[in-house]
Design a protein around this ligand. Structure first.
Ligand code: GAP
Length: 514
């Protein structure tokens, strides 16, 4: 099964088991908008709780916020989103399809990278055990030719984007002979800018002044509340404000399931620091955020850093944490050193002072900001795609299992009476009731025990508890573990401890040195 087929299966699985549904499906759906089902919302809440715990609860100097989605429209002028939150678009005149010009070029470069991988694979098969991959990559003429081409393309792309030179961007598409994926033709229009913010009107009067935007990031709600939080919470620099909330972007390329959506959720934290100390904190948060990712338990090899060549208008340093999604390594989280850009601009546009008096230095200044920003939906996709496994068991049976870390699993415990009689369901219901206060549990008495285990495997339940006739005699139950499928006979009293320990162990301890 190739990566594409596996991804399609994952999407179908997410729908079949109530994780994610296409929005407005009975009306044929709404592109790039999705609804989270009964298990999806549990997984999402568990991811939020893990992030909130690591960022807010574990730090004395980071507090939370829940700011409104609607904000004064001048905020988006000050932040630069009205003027600069644009994508370069190009249309194909034959297919009438619209594309992001930079993505067409990136995808073209990715295809050349695939050619390199094919060359390497061919050579590996030819030379067998004696194959020296590093030497081959460094010396093979074809590989080197492809690498030079990719480098040339990336240099030209970055230069064009940096200078907002759309003629040069179009010329690059022409020179690379990139065809439209739909029509196959190279009949391209000029490249144009397209603003990604959704706008709507507030109140009953429909005039220019009533136009407002749906926020494209949660960060600005934090900036405009900087002084409210600092003063009311008596916060001392360095300190952070964290927020989880919806953001909206009119994405043109809306593909890859919940990776790029028009309505999505962000988990952002703005860390306010002394001017001149931002690089120290940038490095700190880069490492700290990677530590959180690794503590989740999706696999260290699935993450990597990617330094930005082109910096956003507000940043003096930026790095992405990329995750290996089913379609390759892509951005999961951004860490940005945003300088004093945002607070200074809000100071200028609002006419209000947004300064901090530092009791240690006796100076007032506009703090610098280091931001960590992760898409909740992308983290969800990371967890789901890393967890999805199709296995053939020793007895030849197939099982689909979601190996979601126990701490994130939507359902922690399934309580299963072996048969639907002899008082077993009554015992099971009582046990369910006692576990429910601490863990999200499911009760299931339908079908054979094997089928019930499979259903729980498919939704990632780490613990299945079976009640049998022995249970009625001595209050012992069988615990069946999802990953290993091994079973233990334990006293029912021990269950809360076993489940809690399993959830703790699934996440490595996060040692913060802040
Ligand atoms: N405040 C900074 C900011 O918003 P960003 O790189 O544009 O920076 C941060 O977005 C994160 O939000 C991304 O790393 C990604 O995880 C998530 N994100 C951005 N656009 C998204 C979209 N259209 N759909 C889903 N997640 C998105």
């Amino acid at each position: 099964m190739n990566a594409d087929e596996r991804f399609k299966k994952l999407i179908a699985h997410a729908k079949e088991y109530g994780f994610i549904f296409p929005s407005s499906e009975i009306y044929d759906g709404l592109a790039a908008v999705y609804d989270y089902g009964q298990l999806g919302v549990e997984l999402k809440n568990n991811i939020k709780a893990s992030w909130w715990n690591a960022m807010v609860r574990q730090h004395d100097n980071i507090v939370g916020l829940d700011s409104a989605i609607f904000m004064h429209p001048r905020i988006w002028e000050a932040s630069g989103h009205v003027g600069a939150f644009n994508d370069p678009l190009i249309d194909n005149r034959d297919s009438k399809k619209r594309y992001r010009a930079d993505m067409l070029v990136e995808e073209h470069a990715a295809k050349i990278e695939e050619k390199i991988e094919k060359e390497v694979e061919k050579a590996r098969q030819k030379f067998g055990a004696s194959f020296d991959e590093a030497h081959f990559r460094a010396t093979n003429v074809n590989v080197q030719r492809h690498l030079v081409k990719i480098l040339e393309i990336r240099v030209r792309l970055n230069a064009a984007l940096q200078a907002n030179d759309f003629k040069a961007l179009r010329q690059l598409i022409i020179d690379c002979e990139i065809p439209c994926p739909v029509s196959g033709s190279r009949n391209w229009t000029e490249v144009r800018q397209f603003n990604l913010m959704f706008s709507t009107r507030i109140g009953s009067v429909s005039d220019e002044a009533s136009q407002i935007y749906l926020r494209p990031e949660t960060a600005q709600g934090i900036f405009v509340n900087f002084l409210n939080v600092q003063k009311s919470g008596r916060m001392k620099i360095p300190f952070g404000i964290a927020q989880i909330g919806k953001a909206f972007r009119n994405e043109i390329i809306a593909r890859q399931f919940i990776f790029r959506m028009r309505e999505f959720e962000q988990m952002e934290m703005q860390f306010f620091v002394r001017p001149g100390e931002e690089m120290k904190w940038f490095k700190y948060w880069k490492e700290e955020r990677m530590r959180w990712h690794r503590s989740i338990g999706l696999g260290d090899e699935k993450y990597r850093f990617h330094n930005h060549d082109k910096l956003a208008h507000y940043a003096n340093a930026a790095v992405d944490i990329e995750f290996e999604f089913p379609f390759g390594f892509k951005e999961l989280e951004g860490i940005h050193s945003r300088t004093d850009y945002d607070l200074s601009r809000h100071q200028e546009f609002s006419g209000r002072k947004l300064q901090y008096f530092d009791p240690e230095t006796g100076e007032s200044y506009v703090p610098y900001v280091v931001e960590t920003s992760i898409g909740l939906d992308r983290m969800f996709l990371a967890a789901l795609s890393a967890a999805y496994c199709e296995e053939t068991l020793d007895n030849g049976e197939e099982r689909v299992v979601l190996r979601i870390p126990a701490a994130l699993a939507p359902v922690k415990v399934a309580v299963l009476p072996l048969v639907k009689k002899d008082g077993l369901p009554e015992y099971a219901r009582e046990l369910l009731q006692s576990l429910r206060t601490d863990f999200n549990c499911q009760y299931d008495e339908k079908d054979s025990i094997g089928k019930r285990y499979r259903r729980q495997d498919a939704i990632g339940t780490p613990f299945c508890i079976t009640i049998d006739h022995q249970t009625l005699k001595d209050d012992t139950v069988t615990v069946r573990y999802r990953n290993s499928m091994t079973q233990d006979r334990v006293s029912a009293d021990m269950l809360p401890l076993i489940v809690a320990a399993g959830c703790r162990q699934s996440q490595r301890p996060l040692q913060s040195n802040l």
